[in-house]
Design a protein around this ligand. Structure first.
Ligand code: DC
Length: 226
């Protein structure tokens, strides 16, 4: 099998991971895999069944009834398919963000999704973003980036994003939710969010998108033929 290249981008909510990863994937001709969307799909599925994301027995009981598909449209946008249904839009709200953070703490959920994520990277050049890509999913990734920003900047970005989509969003509330999610994602026992030893930290607090893209392209260019 020909060598495939992988770029791991980890970091907390609102650091700009998906915006940057999507741009880079387009420019480099790589597959973009938004792994948060996969956890969101699990959370949405459990929610529809009335299973609390904290209820390990319930999650265990129903996880095998879920089939997750990832498809890409002609613009390279990742679509999440839950048992044959496109749920790409349904998983993008604050309620599901919080539930995804809780459901992702269960070993059974992480185990099911691990192979799925690794399989994509075996057959394609990928840019994958999430919380544990550089540490657990692709520990041998060619490039590892830890993208972060202050909580105030991240809360502002997320609020603007939700308002632009026509959703209600209040800055102080979004900030609280992000802080809670940061805490949950960094303190869970399995695959917590943390910086891999060999990753490069990029703080985007004072950078615009174009600057972040150029910064990361320089890091990537030193390790991968582009
Ligand atoms: O990136 P996101 O905000 O869409 O992710 C939603 C939640 O999913 C996040 O709070 C924690 C979980 N997640 C994870 O545990 N591991 C990943 N690789 C990606 C997301």
């Amino acid at each position: 099998m020909a060598k495939t290249y992988s770029i791991a981008i980890d970091g907390p909510a609102g650091a700009g991971k998906s915006t940057i990863a999507r741009r880079l994937a387009k420019d480099l001709g790589y597959y973009y895999v938004d792994t948060g969307a996969i956890y969101r799909t699990v959370a949405y599925f459990m929610d529809l069944l009335g299973v609390s994301p904290k209820d390990l027995d319930g999650v265990n009981r129903y996880i095998d009834e879920l089939t997750i598909g990832i498809e890409y449209d002609e613009d390279g946008v990742q679509h999440m398919i839950m048992n044959g249904m496109d749920v790409t839009q349904d998983i993008r709200n604050q309620d599901i963000s919080q539930k995804a953070s809780l459901v992702s703490a269960h070993a059974v959920v992480r185990d099911v999704l691990l192979d799925m994520q690794r399989d994509v990277a075996k057959t394609h050049n990928v840019i994958m973003d999430g919380r544990d890509i550089g540490t657990v999913v692709l520990p041998k990734a060619d490039v590892k980036i830890f993208l972060t920003a202050s909580v105030d900047v991240r809360a502002k970005r997320r609020t603007d994003e939700l308002i632009a989509k026509g959703q209600k969003a209040e800055l102080s509330q979004i900030k609280k939710e992000i802080e809670l999610r940061d805490y949950q994602d960094t303190h869970r026992p399995i695959a917590p969010l943390k910086m891999a030893r060999d990753s490069v930290k990029v703080d985007t607090s004072d950078m615009d998108i174009e600057t972040v893209v150029q910064t990361i392209k320089q890091i990537v260019g030193k390790k991968i033929p582009v």
